[in-house]
Design a protein around this ligand. Sequence first.
Ligand SMILES: [Fe+2]
Ligand SMILES: [Fe+2]
Length: 321
Amino acid sequence: MTTTEADRLDEAELERHFEEKIAKDQRIEPRDWMPEGYRKTLVRQIAQHAHSEIIGMQPEGNWLTRAPSLRRKAILLAKVQDEAGHGLYLYSAAETLGVNRAELTERLLQHKQKYSSIFNYPTLTFADVGVIGWLVDGAAICNQVPLCRSSYGPYARAMVRICKEESFHQRQGYELLMTMMQGTEEQRQMVQDATNRWWWPSLMMFGPPDAESPHTQQSMAWRIKRHTNDELRQKFVDMTVPQAEALGVTLPDPELKWNPERGHYDFGEPDWAEFKQVISGNGPCNQERLAHRTAAHEQGSWVREAAAAYARKHSGQEVAA
Ligand SMILES: [Fe+2]
Ligand SMILES: [Fe+2]
């Protein structure tokens, strides 16, 4: 038997062991053997998720200096800081797969990795802050709760804490909107207008329809994902319609209707041509978001240099001058 043959046998054995663990719903940990495709899929998904958290600070961060009261400002500040924390947990989870954060940031800035299409839409009024909490964090929760059972241990564990914080985000948004709906006619119109603008982009957060989703099947087989895009989208719609009714806003979809036979709401098709435009860089704010991220990265270079110098000094590598 040649060495190559022996390696191949070992690899087959390792793969069998991996598949067995997945089938038994056991977690895969960083030191475990994993197929290269599994590792790559996770790096792509976790990095994309981390970038979304960090870029996602921008649309709402935009309103921090203009929040209408000290209370609203404190809540929004806490929320935006949470998103930074989510980004950091996720970059750490990605690092357990053998990539580093600097490399991932580079890939984002060079347009080689994506972030969620939703953050390429502008926040025009303070009602947008509430609607983002309600719909965008609400959609994020639908997506992320099943990820707490994802097969990759560090990702699943990061999601547990993130989901707790997302649920606070959703509630603060909904409470803000409830308050505005009890205010003036003008405030109610602001909420309706923000709902009209964010509804369809929120549905797009679940990704393309299942038939056009290239990664879903393999990700389900590896138990990275637990539900398809369309299943999660349906769940989100079913959850949100009664919330819209309680709030007193109309969701901008004439096809939205309870279907007693299916036991779900029927709803219209998002504009997938718009979705494709936004994910390929041509949404309303793509350039602005990446330019801001690039500037922040450049302005932070002195912090990274100082941290590296400090680490060198304390590891005894510094050569005495
Ligand atoms: Fe988040
Ligand atoms: Fe959030």
